[in-house]
Design a binder for this molecule. Structure first.
Ligand SMILES: Cc1ncc(COP(=O)(O)O)c(C=O)c1O
Length: 362
């Protein structure tokens, strides 16, 4: 470990209060958090502290001008009980892409990774052992200058917090194709960054879609409202006539790590895969011709969510029953198999959490 991480442990763990068979997503937090400050051009005082509230100045710039970015990742236990991370260096890399776009300082990737390993090692008892469950990990960074005025902040805080999440058995999602509202995720915008503001801009259209009985919005490009981008917090895949098609990364779409992994797996298995622009009209035509076999979203939370129906204008596309979805199911089984250690990792994606002894932690 390169960085000297100061550690203050909780006096008493509250692990025993948690019902691991019934964990609401996003509401249960582990005992500790990793914190590091950015001041005067450097990252200082990396530390692990008891999880808890912290003070913030009312003029903290993130609250006003939105310099706030985050990541979402998971730690799981292999079938023989070893804590594992999935492609953590890709998340370290992606948060720095986000930082650059929002004019925030990059966090050294080895500081991100050292803090992550130390935190997960200390709270490794919080990783649920049940298959399909995981410890959700939320790294985030925000502007902390106490200043009113639009300019990049000069001080920042970076945190990693975690919390156990139960097995994610999502029911297939219904999607409404959004033809009026755009997010900040336009070409040249902040779509490739995991910026808090991107999600703020998606809330109203998502709420309106839900009022119409649809779970999520399918986003189109916001220049022509023609090309499919992504869905809520997932990248999107179509299977048309035996070909697996996903929108190409065009600067407006998040570079999903699940997307990338699934693409590699499909290619290695010899499937026909296309990363390209795809119009919603092409999807509609394929549906009308009986060639739209599957649609699924891919992201860290659910790995794969099948899509049940898509409303595009007047056209309701009803997709085949989940039992017939061989492509989406294969992708899900492969990623879950890798995470549990039941499928051999030939890519170096599965990273064992460094032991506390090796890190002189605790
Ligand atoms: C907008 C958006 N697209 C796609 C994804 C999927 O990315 P990943 O597979 O890295 O979780 C996410 C989730 O992070 C997201 O928020």
């Amino acid at each position: 470990m390169k960085y000297n991480i100061r550690i203050t442990k909780v006096k008493e763990s509250h692990l025993s209060e948690v019902d691991f068979n019934n964990i609401p997503f996003g509401r249960v937090f582990s005992d500790h958090m990793f914190v590091v400050d950015y001041k005067n051009g450097e990252w200082i005082d990396p530390r692990i502290e008891p999880f808890g509230r912290f003070g913030i100045h009312p003029a903290a710039m993130a609250l006003h001008y939105g310099q706030a970015i985050f990541e979402g990742m998971k730690a799981s236990k292999s079938y023989d009980g070893k804590p594992m991370l999935f492609r953590p260096e890709r998340h370290a890399h992606r948060i720095n892409n986000s930082a650059r776009r929002l004019c925030m300082p990059e966090i050294p990737e080895d500081l991100f990774l050292d803090g992550l390993h130390a935190l997960i090692a200390i709270d490794s008892n919080w990783i649920p052992a049940q298959e399909g469950s995981a410890l959700y990990i939320r790294p985030f960074m925000f502007a902390n200058d106490e200043f009113i005025g639009v300019r990049p902040s000069e001080s920042y805080k970076f945190f990693i917090i975690t919390g156990p999440v139960g097995p994610y058995y999502p029911k297939p999602v219904s999607l409404l194709v959004e033809e009026k509202y755009a997010r900040c995720a336009v070409k040249g915008g902040t779509g490739e960054a995991k910026a808090a503001g991107n999600y703020a801009g998606s809330l109203l259209p998502a709420k309106l879609a839900q009022e119409k009985g649809y779970d999520q919005v399918m986003w189109l490009d916001s220049n022509e409202f023609k090309y499919v981008q992504e869905v809520g917090t997932m990248n999107i895949f179509f299977v048309i006539d035996g070909k697996i098609i996903t929108p190409a990364l065009d600067g407006g779409i998040l570079q999903g790590i699940t997307r990338d992994s699934i693409l590699k797996i499909f290619r290695e298995k010899g499937f026909q895969v296309e990363e390209r622009r795809i119009t919603i009209d092409e999807v509609a035509e394929a549906y009308k011709a009986g060639k739209l076999q599957e649609v699924f979203g891919a992201g860290t939370a659910a790995i794969v969510s099948h899509v049940s129906r898509i409303l595009y204008g007047e056209l309701l596309m009803e997709l085949p029953p989940v039992e017939s979805r061989k492509y989406g199911e294969l992708a899900k089984a492969e990623i879950n198999g890798l995470r549990s250690g039941r499928i051999k990792d030939t890519h170096g994606w599965i990273v064992p959490v460094k032991s506390p002894v090796a890190m002189k932690v605790g």
